[in-house]
Design a protein around this ligand. Structure first.
Ligand code: AMP
Ligand code: GLY
Length: 419
């Protein structure tokens, strides 16, 4: 199989790393890739939104399979476009991509199938929004309808702040005002071949910029897999109340597809509720769960594309993993790009994995930063505490001006392990 991975993040580096170990792969291409993927396959300097160039590269290189990492090309219909050329593309068609790219579409979908979620009201009018929020007390959530790279959501008790955030969104989009849900978040991924699906072990993503889950939302500052608090009883509840009705609803409405469905869940006192659906691999969750999957990823990819996922069962991996994201100074607000990274020593995969995000190689072979989140460092071991210390030990090898990370990734989950 010749496979093209679209994207340049640490998620795409992790996918390339896993595919590179497959016996079935005869060619691995990444567009545009980063300084890390350069060592695993051929980076193609193509913008993920340039579908014509992508198709041309597939023809020229004899590529049959395409995995799409980021949400923007998915919501712009890359799967429909490339599939029409006979390519086998992992991801949702344009209609199904709306489950992620429109919060109002996905909220209405959840309501139609009684899938537990936060109560919400949709607004497209500034006056009505202001009146609604002014009459509320306590903490509320304002959510932009369209894609916003994790920055379209504000949770606050401050009415003026909520109104001003909402007014800004209403300049060019609609929004939802949602009840604030308390609990802890998990990310659950299901691989689907359009008929059958396979649920992976749950992950948790650390979305906030600062320690103790405070500060602004980010694309994700770290992740763990699996989540020790998800026992078999909770797992069953999630499958029965959320996963099954979601796939049934998708089948009924022709929204099923070959690819990944990501459930962003809040585990509340009243049970699990859906915060959002994504129609792709999560970042940074993928960096944490993919190394734990004890299967040939080429095999899994083929099964998803050929509709034979029911023939596959994944072995349970006894290890835990912790992923720590190293970011640029200033992220998630503005940050500098092109900062030189000190050479990273070779470390064995048993110690930790280092995945690049948006880095580039300059003409001297030096690695330069290229984005807000620059590296994902993953440690694995029999327990979360040791896995986290492996990740943090390796984080010390990532050195560039202004580099920072959250110091408490995984920590809130240590409680059970220490007792
Ligand atoms: P979303 O893009 O909908 O997943 O929202 C981004 C983040 O905002 C989530 O991961 C949560 O941390 C937070 N969030 C979103 N909706 C709610 C809600 N109804 N209650 C509490 N937190 C929320
Ligand atoms: N980690 C959340 C996302 O990929 O959107």
């Amino acid at each position: 199989m010749k496979v093209l991975i679209i994207g340049s993040g640490a998620r795409e580096h992790a996918i390339a790393w896993k595919l590179n170990k497959s016996n079935l792969i005869s060619g691995l291409y990444i567009a545009p890739g980063n300084a890390g993927t350069d060592a695993l396959g051929t980076n193609l300097p193509i913008n993920p939104m340039d579908f014509d160039e992508i198709k041309k590269a597939c023809r020229e290189n004899g590529i049959q399979y395409v995995i799409v990492g980021p949400e923007d090309p998915l919501s712009a219909g890359i799967v429909d476009d490339l599939s029409a050329e006979g390519l086998k593309v992992l991801g949702p068609h344009r209609d199904a991509a709306k489950l992620e790219s429109s919060k109002t579409f996905s909220k209405q979908f959840m309501k139609r199938y009684n899938i537990p979620t936060a109560e919400a009201v949709e607004f497209d009018d500034k006056k009505k929004l202001k009146k609604y929020i002014t009459e509320k007390n306590g903490k509320w959530v304002v959510k932009k309808n369209g894609l916003a790279a994790g920055k379209g959501v504000l949770e606050s008790e401050n009415k003026a702040e909520l109104i001003s955030f909402g007014m800004n969104i209403l300049k060019n989009d609609t929004l939802l005002v949602e009840e604030f849900l308390e609990g802890y978040e998990i990310s659950l991924f299901a691989l689907s071949d359009g008929k059958n699906y396979l649920v992976l072990p749950p992950c948790s993503d650390f979305k906030k910029a600062k320690e103790g889950d405070t500060g602004p939302n980010t694309g994700g500052m770290g992740s763990i897999c699996p989540v020790p608090w998800v026992d078999s009883e909770l797992n069953k509840k999630i499958i029965d109340e959320i996963v099954v009705p979601t796939f049934n609803g998708m089948n009924r409405e022709g929204l099923n597809y070959k690819g990944v469905l990501f459930f962003g869940l809040m585990i509340t006192e009243k049970g699990p509720k859906v915060l959002e659906y994504n129609v792709r691999f999560g970042d940074p969750e993928t960096q944490a769960f993919l190394p734990l999957i004890d299967a040939d990823f080429g095999n899994l990819l083929e099964a998803m594309m050929e509709g034979t996922l029911d023939m596959i069962s994944l072995k349970e991996n006894p290890l835990s993993s912790v992923c720590v994201v190293v970011a640029s100074q200033g992220y998630p607000a503005s940050y500098k790009k092109g900062v030189k990274v000190k050479p990273i020593p070779e470390i064995s995969e048993e110690k930790a994995l280092i995945f690049h995000a948006s880095t580039v190689l300059d003409k001297n072979g030096d690695v330069l930063t290229g984005g807000g989140r620059c590296f994902s460092v993953v440690g694995m071991d029999e327990d979360l505490i040791t896995a986290a210390s492996r990740a943090y030990n390796a984080v010390q090898f990532i050195q560039f001006d202004g580099a920072w990370c959250r110091k408490d990734i995984a920590k809130k989950f240590f409680v059970d392990e220490e007792s």
